[in-house]
Design a protein around this ligand. Structure first.
Ligand code: PMP
Length: 404
């Protein structure tokens, strides 16, 4: 039993062929390891059932199309979307945000409008908005954080005004693990008629998410952080918003009819999916969602919360360690070892077979706000257990001794 929580710890590391015995993989916020069922689904799709989708009239292609569209329905059910037509398959969260920042903004953002972001956003939820704002002459406002590193929604409430056309916040911070009160954020945005995009990269693998219940307008995530394949992800958008948006890239599949005089476009989601899609990405994501759902997100959340508590308590016992972020972070703990660069921390931890990330985590404005150049970050997944936290803590004690 892990620390005080009335749940049994997960013990699923044997499902993950790329995690050898004694290796503490604590970099799931960067990318999750893959369970064998996902590896098998991908191997089967390439090795047994492979064909293109949407075009072929032969049976193999028709079957692949059914599997591809079944994955779309599976995603819709997983995130509580009302229709699979609201699920756009993209290359990842980065592409999803860029798509909204170009296609939605193309008709909805004008000179003088404002966009509201937060201080803890990942670069992929900053730079596309800067590019969109620059294109039309809009401005960006940044919501500060509370002392413990959560998006300060009180400040957001005070800052927002009718000029704000869009709010974009991370549901869970990839650096601090801070969990957004997404319902409240949605209410704040909608109170002035703004749309809200939620970056679900770190929440979808960690918390149950229901986009219809949240009432948000766009929700994005990457498959590879959800134990699925790289190069694949999801943009969920409210049907009426997607239908009103101009297309993204032009090419095959996204059209209704093409003539030299005039081309008309397919309805969503097809209009945003030009070219031969990443069929295998969809099948791999389907298998990953089945895997995660079989364990259950409430159980995963409880498991990771227990690991965070264990890690924070133990790291707090080391004098030179400074913990960042809120106590109740979701699966992610950033920390500093006094006088030691996070890269040195990560290098010494690696010598003890503990893999953590060190750097700015694609959140340079957050680093500036925290007054650091970089942090060391331990992030957890379903396969981690108390032994991994012990290895982390032993490693950090060693760092502390070496740099004494
Ligand atoms: N947002 C957050 C919060 C993330 O953690 C990440 C990945 N680190 C991204 C966006 C970008 O995801 P991807 O690189 O998979 O597109």
């Amino acid at each position: 039993m892990i620390l005080g929580l009335d749940t049994r710890p997960l013990d699923v590391v044997a499902d993950f062929p790329a995690i050898p015995d004694g290796w503490a993989y604590l970099d799931t916020a960067a990318t999750a390891q893959k369970p064998q069922v996902v590896v098998d689904a991908i191997a089967r799709a390439y090795g047994e059932t492979y064909a293109t989708v949407h075009r072929g009239v032969y049976q193999r292609s028709a079957d692949m199309t059914l599997a591809f569209e079944a994955a779309r329905r599976r995603v819709a059910r997983f995130i509580g979307a009302e229709s699979e037509n609201e699920v756009v398959f993209v290359r990842g969260a980065t592409e999803a945000i860029n798509l909204v920042a170009q296609c939605w903004a193309a008709t909805q953002l004008r000179a003088g409008d404002r966009i509201l972001l937060s201080m803890l956003e990942h670069h992929s939820n900053i730079v596309p908005w800067q590019m969109a704002a620059e294109r039309v002459g809009a401005a960006i406002d940044v919501v500060p954080l509370t002392a413990d590193g959560q998006i300060d929604l009180g400040a957001a409430e005070a800052m927002i005004r009718p000029e704000h056309k869009l709010v974009a916040f991370a549901h869970v911070s990839n650096v601090l693990g801070s969990v957004l009160d997404a319902e409240r954020a949605v209410r704040i945005a909608h109170a002035v008629g703004a749309k809200i995009l939620i970056d679900g990269c770190q929440s979808v693998p960690r918390l149950p998410v229901d986009v219809a219940a949240l009432g948000c307008d766009f929700y994005v995530f990457s498959a590879h952080k959800l134990y699925g394949p790289t190069g694949f992800g999801v943009l969920w958008g409210r049907a009426e918003l997607l239908d009103a948006m101009p297309p993204w890239q032009g090419g095959g599949s996204m059209i209704d009819k093409v003539t030299w005089e005039r081309t008309t476009y397919a309805p969503a989601p097809g209009r945003f999916e030009a070219g031969t899609p990443h069929v295998i990405g969809a099948l791999g994501l389907h298998a990953a969602i089945d895997y995660v759902d079989a364990i259950g997100l409430p159980a995963i959340h409880a498991h990771e919360t227990a690991l965070v508590t264990q890690a924070r308590e133990a790291l707090r016992g080391i004098n030179s360690v400074r913990l960042l972020g809120p106590e109740n972070s979701a699966g992610i703990v950033s920390f500093m070892v006094e006088g030691v660069h996070p890269h040195d921390v990560a290098t010494i931890l690696d010598e003890g077979r503990v893999a953590v990330r060190a750097g700015h985590h694609c959140a340079q404005p957050l680093m500036t706000a925290l007054g650091v150049e970089a942090t060391a970050r331990a992030s957890f997944g379903v396969y981690n257990g108390p032994a991994d936290i012990d290895a982390l803590v032993k490693g950090v004690e060693r760092v502390s001794r070496i740099f004494g």
